[in-house]
Design a protein around this ligand. Structure first.
Ligand code: G3H
Ligand code: 13P
Ligand code: ZN
Length: 312
């Protein structure tokens, strides 16, 4: 089957009490690591591309890499999604260029402007059979060139979601309930707690509507340790507790975004190999270990966090 939109995936995930993993891709080894896990566990997946990834690897390379997964697994539902589209133009370019889903991130704008922008993207996307994710509320953390401090972040206001969804016609909504972008989310020793009370209110106001969680990496400490033991200099940080993500996946949350954990897994593999054998200079020798780590992380997420194993 060709690349699919997220419509059917989200409907089944909502009804089945699980979530679809949305994994960021930048190069071949990351695509392959994610695909290997999804194929082995028969799990639907979303492969997502940021503006930074498009700049790094080029649009067409990433589209072809993702399409190559289909030739390996013709029956696996895979959506190709634009992550954090900043304006109409980038969304249009991805819609015209083979993506099946785009995010328009108007969360930095006032409510009415966010509605106008999102609506414009929805009109264009739906006319081309592409689905749209939008965002209300502001996550803390670093994503692309944008850094939002904890003080400038703000939870999604449940009283706004119904008006936003009905006025824009958007297909899914990213919300801010305490997750945050990047590897440095929460200080060690603190106890991160997602605001399930806000999520419950949002669910009540827009029943049967798919919710998205960004910034959902858990920052596996074993990879942080490997990186730092092999010449890295990562600061102490912890991520979103996996049991809370599992709880979210059982609710209206149908899409969970993971990027930082893949970066950590890939980097840990590469650093470990290079330290063990400094004579190595064939990129395949270290990239294959990074790729295997990516596969292991994705398999773990599918089985223990998302609950999407066997749902393809
Ligand atoms: O939320 C952002 C993703 O982690 C993508 O990061 O823009 O550095 O590719 P990037
Ligand atoms: P993490 O930085 O927590 O992996 O979040 C990724 C994300 O939200 C991509 O949009
Ligand atoms: Zn994000």
């Amino acid at each position: 089957m060709p690349l699919v939109t997220t419509k059917e995936m989200f409907k089944k995930a909502y009804e089945g009490g699980y979530a679809i993993g949305a994994f960021n891709v930048n190069n071949m080894e990351i695509v392959q690591g994610i695909a290997d896990a999804a194929i082995e566990l028969n799990s639907p997946i979303i492969l997502q591309v940021s503006a930074g990834a498009r700049k790094y690897a080029k649009h067409n390379y990433l589209v072809k890499l993702v399409e190559a997964v289909l030739s390996e697994a013709p029956d696996l539902p895979i959506a190709l999604h634009l992550d954090h589209g900043a304006d109409f133009e980038i969304c249009k370019s991805c819609i015209d260029g083979g993506f099946t889903s785009v995010m328009i991130d108007g969360s930095k704008y006032p409510f009415e402007e966010n509605i106008e922008l999102t609506k414009k993207v929805v009109e264009y996307a739906h006319a081309h059979n592409v689905v749209v994710e939008a965002e209300l509320g502001k996550l803390a953390g670093v994503e692309d060139d944008v850094k939002v401090s904890a003080e400038d972040s703000s939870y999604t206001r449940p009283e706004e979601v119904e008006e936003f969804v009905s006025k824009t016609g958007v297909d899914s909504l990213a919300i801010a309930i305490g997750t945050s972008h990047g590897a440095y989310k929460f200080k060690p020793g603190t106890k991160p707690q997602l605001r399930f009370d806000i999520l419950a209110e949002i669910e009540k106001n827009i029943p049967n509507f798919p919710i998205v969680l960004h910034g959902a990496s858990s920052v596996p400490q074993e990879y942080v340790k490997i990186i730092n033991a092999n010449g890295g200099a990562l600061k102490d940080a912890i991520g979103v507790p996996e049991d809370q993500l599992r709880q979210a996946a059982r609710s209206a949350v149908c899409k969970i975004n993971i990027d930082s954990d893949l970066r950590l897994a890939m980097t840990a593999g590469i650093r470990e190999v290079m330290t063990k054998d400094p004579s190595i200079f064939d990129p395949r020798d270290y990239l294959k270990v990074g790729r295997a780590n990516v596969k292991a992380v994705v398999a773990h997420k599918i089985k223990e966090v998302l609950g999407s194993e066997g749902k393809a």
